[in-house]
Design a protein around this ligand. Structure first.
Ligand code: HGY
Ligand code: MN
Ligand code: MN
Length: 412
């Protein structure tokens, strides 16, 4: 069932180069609808919230007791949206794996003392709206709903319009009030890097999730005729941007355990025979140590100012997203560690360079993550792969962690 469902999801938004499933697009809505259909077929109760997050619940024993306030559920999940040309497992595996874990728990006849819930978080990748972990960020109170409603997507539509539009909230799925936090949360995800494969580990216990900071850099030069403007004295926005891109790379290389990327760059007017007058680029800067991000940011900003002054190009650097590094919660991490050690003697503890919804949920509930290896360490590409046996093992570790967490004493 796990592999069939992953295959069915991978077909939604499939392109020649991978999968394209941005929030509130036809393919992503179809993915949420498929999740709802599977959850209902598995006997789960489905709800959504105003941010577009979708919840599938396996009721706990306390749900059956009349009158008692429902105890907060133990949650798992991940996201169904993808990056451009994304792979079949980033996000989808944590959602489908969560359904599979709940199915196996239900089939086992276990009646956990708390409800268990699988969540499909909305818009984790930030592929359309300029905020990563959009749904989990609203859910955890890190971003006010009104701020998200005002976000403008790459296509010019606001979140407020899109969430109410034809590919927004699902028909026939109750919309829950507010954003009630879980008792605990565990996210199953592919590693998206090379470490586990190199170490021969099949399961990973995540220690912390790297902090990330994103910037939008606007460079204003002087457009002109490529044939008549002398080289001396040009204010070529793209030449300035090129030096800044290399300065971003240098700042990360000079700092330990820090990565920095310029993955988005737009040249205007972007014509062969016109000196570029304007460039907009975005920087993605990360480290498990926030202090290293601070240092790299200072270096990048200083070099950007120098380059702009030397070239007569206006340079503005705007911070568009900041997420501090998040350690996984000790008790949940111990439950994950026990579940992994029992199934893989070579399980390792590993920090996550990739961001996840868990870094938001960790602000409202004890949170941990389980990794399985990525073949060749490749992810955010169409040929993202994980061995089927490792996918299965991750689901087993997730089910064991959910049951242990359901029996643990949490507040709420
Ligand atoms: O960018 C990330 O780390 C995640 O895939 N959104
Ligand atoms: Mn991703
Ligand atoms: Mn992901």
């Amino acid at each position: 069932m796990l592999h069939d469902r992953l295959g069915a999801l991978a077909a939604l938004g499939a392109t020649d180069d991978g999968i394209d499933r941005a929030l509130f697009t036809p393919a992503e809505r179809a993915a949420r609808e498929l999740f709802v259909a599977w959850a209902r077929a598995d006997g789960l109760r489905v709800e959504q919230d105003r941010a577009g997050n979708v919840f599938a619940r396996l009721g706990g024993a306390t749900d059956a007791s009349s009158g008692s306030a429902q105890a907060a559920p133990v949650q798992c999940g991940s996201h169904l949206d993808t990056v451009r040309n994304g792979g079949a497992y980033d996000g989808a595996y944590g959602v489908v794996g969560g359904l599979e874990a709940l199915r196996r728990i239900a089939e086992s006849g276990e009646a956990p003392p708390r409800a268990l819930e699988v969540v499909a978080w909305a818009g984790e990748e930030g592929s359309r709206f300029p905020l990563g972990c959009l749904g989990s960020s609203v859910y955890s109170g890190l971003t006010p709903y009104a701020d998200v409603e005002a976000l403008v997507g790459d296509d010019g539509e606001t979140f407020a319009a899109a969430v109410r539009g034809p590919y927004g909230l699902l028909d026939g799925v109750p919309v829950r009030d507010g954003f009630p936090p879980p008792a605990a949360y565990v996210e199953l995800h592919i590693e998206q890097g090379p470490v586990m494969e190199r170490e021969g580990a099949r399961l990973g216990i995540v220690s912390a999730i790297a902090g990330q900071r994103r910037f939008r850099v606007l460079l204003d030069g002087v457009a002109g005729h490529a044939g008549t403007v002398p080289m001396r004295g040009r204010a070529d926005a793209l030449c300035a941007a090129s030096e800044i891109v290399l300065a971003v790379e240098r700042a990360a290389l000079d700092a330990d355990d820090t990565v920095a990327t310029v993955g988005h760059l737009v040249v205007e007017p972007n014509q062969t025979n016109i000196v570029p007058g304007r460039v907009v680029l975005r920087i993605d800067l990360r480290s498990v140590e926030d202090g290293r991000i601070d240092l790299a940011e200072r270096r990048i900003r200083a070099r950007a100012d120098e380059i702009g002054a030397q070239r007569g190009v206006g340079v503005s650097v705007e911070t568009i997203e900041t997420r501090a590094a998040v350690p996984m919660e000790t008790r949940m991490r111990l439950l994950v560690s026990a579940a992994c050690a029992e199934r893989d003697p070579r399980a390792i503890t590993i920090a996550s360079g990739a961001g996840h919804d868990a870094m938001c949920v960790a602000h409202v509930a004890p949170t941990a993550m389980i990794f399985v290896p990525s073949i060749g360490g490749r992810s955010h590409v169409g040929d993202e792969r994980t061995a089927p046996a490792d996918l299965e093992l991750g689901v087993e570790a997730l089910a064991a962690t959910l049951l242990a967490a359901a029996h643990a004493p949490w507040s709420g």
